[in-house]
Design a protein around this ligand. Sequence first.
Ligand SMILES: Cc1cc2nc3c(=O)[nH]c(=O)nc-3n(C[C@H](O)[C@H](O)[C@H](O)COP(=O)(O)O)c2cc1C
Length: 177
Amino acid sequence: MKRQEININEFCLKPFKQFDKDWFVLTAGDFPASLFNAMTISWGSIGIIWNRPMVQVVVRPTRYTYQFIEKHDTFTLCSFSEEQHDAMSLIGSKSGRDGDKILESGLTLIPSKEVAAPGFDEAELIIECRKIYWGDIDPQHFLETDIHQNYALKDYHRFYFGEILHLEGADRFSTRS
Ligand SMILES: Cc1cc2nc3c(=O)[nH]c(=O)nc-3n(C[C@H](O)[C@H](O)[C@H](O)COP(=O)(O)O)c2cc1C
């Protein structure tokens, strides 16, 4: 897939469609050390904190990927075209604990430009991030009771802010085009 580096001030994204409908694959860990795992995500946000460009993602402690995002400093978010929908569904339904789901997905791992966590060659957009903050969702702070429905197992997410260190994508993700 042809991608170009994108300046953060020229970055174009439809954040609601991107997270909710198109999803991302989150990959955390260290590619050179062969210690990483990937999972699909559809909850998160993107913006500015502490004057830094950031993404915020939420990971339940029950995910295998949790061990990697906890232990390692960096992660990537990759967005794909409709063609890769089945691969994303597979990565979001099987666990890396039980086998090599990345191999099964048919996606191709590639080294990132600025971080140890890998990306995917088929991605239309790759966001490379370094963790700068984490916190745990506290159910005592839910101000709408129906939020509890998301946590039948009480496996409250841990959230992470990742500073965006490098962005690359297809032309449609840049105002330059
Ligand atoms: C569309 C979609 C969105 C998902 N979003 C999230 C999410 O935001 N946070 C999360 O913890 N799990 C999310 N999941 C579930 C994980 O991707 C799934 O449990 C995955 O199999 C975990 O893999 P792992 O055990 O290898 O880490 C989502 C799954 C799908 C299919």
